[in-house]
Design a binder for this molecule. Structure first.
Ligand code: ZN
Length: 467
């Protein structure tokens, strides 16, 4: 699916194919990964029927469960404890019999969750700070990385991406403190990437990046939505023209309606939101063919369930927690892992013709869902969209904000105000929040000079400390 992209010349096709095979094939050989075979197989399986996709998942699931019960003490015990054997898990619906894996279990059972043959999988050790501030350390197979990139690569191909197309990437990594390794520099050169760090993004840096990106003239852009919105804003206010970008991919943070609008306006192209996790392997990517902005669950990478708090599957249209089984992580199997993120299932098929399951919306962290007095919750996305609707209609009103709910349910709204901000805005903010959470909750608005991003460069707009 090439969108409205013109037919590539023979030279272009040759260059793309040569880069793919020589460069990535070489990396595969060096590190023992299978990026090129994964990509080739994914390019075929995207057109499988729903039955064939389920069959593929079932085969991967059976192999994973067999491995987990035989070689991972945690699962051996868990299965034994409830009288379950590996043979009882024959297909995806049988997964409902397997207990849920929580973040706390991964933290407390690192060694028991590690397979006895982990060494031969050359695992990558990852540690995420996460929303709770408690780091989560876990392993995943080196091949998981290759599979994950192959899935993303395929999704860029949906927008016509070919190896060697120029890309501008804004990443959360702090290059200043870590430096750039040689292989990464070679990769940037071959892939023709401009790589920027969103680590200390402020107005000055946003303008520098806007200039650098305009000069670089990328075909694709990728980064955290908050960083891209800041750069987009700098582009618009400095009339930095940018033509020829085919798509902007947002990742790593909740994308708000205002950010999407701003980024689309500045980069003059559609935004594709992409949700992906290393812990659990869930990959949920917005499809370019869908007018409704539907997302696809990538079924070859992981089995994704959307569950209610009681563990039953959420109905289409209802928000539920993303629970993920990584089909490619054998070093430390994540089976039915609770991600702490909410999504809304969709029952409509996507117009692209792929029979992948569809998702209507990603609603963000459960921890960002604000609690009402009656115990019900309003998701962070609903609240941030309402908030942005309000401040969008006013010129230079709010530059940054964060809505924080305390344990006693009271809410503090931090705003970095612009020139157009006055007391009526404070009042309107309170009214808007009350219209969603009820008047019984105390709401205060506080003007602050800045709201720093977290250490990994990510921004959160709604945080709830209510249990
Ligand atoms: Zn689609």
């Amino acid at each position: 699916m090439n969108g409205n992209r013109s037919v590539p010349s023979r030279a272009e096709r040759l260059r793309a194919s040569a880069t793919l095979h020589v460069f990535y094939g070489g990396i595969d050989l060096m590190v023992g990964s299978r990026f090129v075979p994964h990509l080739r197989s994914l390019e075929r399986s995207q057109w499988y029927s729903r039955e064939a996709l389920l069959d593929l998942q079932n085969r991967k699931l059976r192999a994973l469960i067999r491995h987990a019960v035989d070689r991972v003490p945690y699962y051996e015990r868990a299965f034994h404890g409830i009288g379950l054997s590996a043979e009882d898990i024959h297909s995806v619906p049988d997964l409902a019999n397997v207990p849920i894996l929580t973040r706390e279990s991964v933290q407390n059972h690192f060694h028991d969750l590690t397979s006895d043959d982990w060494r031969r999988r050359h695992p990558v050790v990852n540690a995420t700070s996460g929303s709770t501030g408690v780091p989560l350390k876990y392993l995943f197979d080196r091949d998981c990385v290759a599979m994950g990139w192959a899935c993303l690569f395929r999704s860029w191909e949906w927008d016509g991406y070919r190896m060697g197309d120029r890309r501008a990437l804004i990443r959360g990594t702090d290059f200043a403190s870590k430096g750039t390794p040689l292989h990464e520099r070679i990769r940037r050169h071959v892939e023709r990437n401009l790589v920027l760090s969103s680590h200390a993004m402020g107005p000055t840096q946003a303008l520098q990046y806007a200039r650098a990106i305009s000069e670089f003239r990328p075909t694709y852009v990728r980064g955290h939505p908050s960083a891209l919105a800041a750069v987009g804003k700098a582009m618009l206010s400095n009339a930095l023209a940018l033509g020829g970008v085919r798509a902007v991919y947002t990742t790593g943070e909740q994308l708000t309606a205002r950010q999407r609008m701003l980024i689309e306006q500045a980069f003059r192209c559609p935004v594709r939101d992409q949700y992906g996790l290393n812990d659990g392997g869930a990959l949920i990517l917005q499809c370019p063919a869908s007018d409704a902005g539907l997302y696809h669950i990538i079924p070859e990478r992981a089995i994704v369930e959307i569950l209610r708090p009681d563990g039953t599957p959420a109905s289409p249209g209802e928000a539920g927690e993303i629970v993920s089984t990584d089909l490619h992580n054998y070093a430390m199997p994540f089976i039915r892992y609770r991600t702490g993120d909410l999504a809304v299932m969709e029952d409509q098929q996507c117009s692209c013709g792929r029979e992948f399951p569809t998702i209507r919306r990603i609603e963000g962290r459960i921890i960002s869902a604000v609690k009402r007095r009656d115990g019900t919750r309003v998701t962070g996305l609903v609240l941030s969209d309402a908030f942005e609707q309000l401040v969008l209609t006013r010129q230079d009103c709010v530059h940054q904000y964060c809505i924080v709910q305390n344990a006693d349910l009271s809410i503090r709204v931090l705003v970095v105000a612009g020139r157009g901000y006055d007391d009526t805005v404070t009042n309107d903010i309170k009214q808007t929040i009350w219209s969603h959470v009820g008047k019984g909750i105390d709401v205060g608005v506080e003007r602050v000079p800045e709201i720093p991003a977290s250490r990994n460069g990510k921004r959160r707009y709604v945080v709830s400390h209510a249990a």
